[in-house]
Design a binder for this molecule. Sequence first.
Ligand code: AHR
Length: 519
Amino acid sequence: MLSGLLVAASLTLSAQNSATITLKADEGKEIIPKEIYGQFAEHLGSCIYGGLWVGPDSDIPNIDGYRTDVFNALKALKIPVLRWPGGCFADEYHWMDGIGPRENRPKMVNNNWGGTIEDNSFGTHEFLNLCEMLGCEPYISGNVGSGSVEEMAKWVEYMTSEGDSPMARLRRQNGRDKAWKVKYLGVGNESWGCGGSMRPEYYSDLYRRYQTYCRNYDGNRLFKIASGASDYDYNWTKVLMERVGHSMHGLSLHYYTVSGWSGSKGAATQFDNDDFYWTMGKCREIEDVVKKHCAIMDQYDKEKRIALMLDEWGTWWDEEPGTVRGHLYQQNTLRDAFVASLTFDIFHKYTDRLKMANIAQIVNVLQSMILTKDEKMVLTPTYHVFKMYNVHQDATHLPLDIDCRVMNLEGQRNRMHRSETLRTLPMVSATASKDKEGKIHLSISNVDVENAQEITIHLPGVKATKAVGEILTSKNITDFNSFENPDNVKPVPFKEAKIKKGVLTIKLPAKSIVTLELL
Ligand code: AHR
């Protein structure tokens, strides 16, 4: 538990249990790119094997080897983009080991993640076919750390060349005639750490060299992404902007809601209210981090041609007792759902620069959408937030003014809150958008664990007469979905919203998240 550190924390609230929001329906400018709702699948623990893939001979129902239950749940989520094969794994992955007849594929040790033996039965074909079936863009993370330029160049040719090239011929021998479309290509991952322990100056040169040989074949247009900084490493962003500049289309960034990198990170399901509020503060700190990286990018790229790609984010707790060390399997409570909703509320505000985000990770690892155990599957509270929020994908962001109670987190500043601006936690977080058909959606989170809030939303210029939607809440903030009780935390219809004379009023129960459509 994190709470030991918090005894002296000064958490003060004023008594007011109400909030006022004003929706600025005519001030929408930026589109929320659907890629903000991206996912990440790494060869780590049971994300791929047992999570997404069981193989065609499994007793677990599957479609050509992909778990049917997981596939159907992911299809319903409208995933826009899926990053693979890592993470740290990517810089030890040699793609040629993962093609051809599965029984002939060589094995390797997954050194980053528990020393597990990787049999390469899920490789390029299995991944790209899955993306086609899900209707999402693949995001390939290439190996710079331990791979060669030639290896990366040939991978691009293998996947995307239509002609009679050597790699296209090899692909055809392996059963795939038509090239896949691959847009996003990551040139290394965490090159400052597990991806090669490099200095930004050295990596910048390597990036320039590797990307030179990653070609656009037959109408496929690569969007090349340089390996970016970890959270507060602003120098990495500065050096890359200076030295790489427009030879990259995107620059990545990783930010985890984590209490620290050494020692216990806290249990996923056992925490108190102080821990919860600390987590909300840490999660909201991503706004400050994004703003600072954007400000550096602005100095070198005023036209915002280079995108910021937050290709790893989410909560990182201690692994569940009894699970394999290094497999990063963690439960997921209503607290994680709030990390998702608050993070999206922030992401929506920075989409002039932030063009993609990928939560870590899709199944069975860190803040996952889905947990599996043999033939069983549960949807996590985070899954439900992603589903409730997917109405905002590709919609126009509508600004909000929010006036609400604020908690003072001053006493918690030593727990990795580096930002000077984040000493307070607003009790209400919200976001709004207008989709292509003109429908307005509003998502509101009541962060207060103990008190319901009367929320008054002014809707000047909006001709709506009612609001319908769903609410996600539960008895305890520590509640989660287990294999025995899979529907413990799930959204239900929300019918309490009323609109009168352009004002929407709702009573939002303690610790609840709602998404409404204005009709
Ligand atoms: O998501 C787990 C790991 O976190 C990734 O492999 C790595 O990129 C990051 O450190």
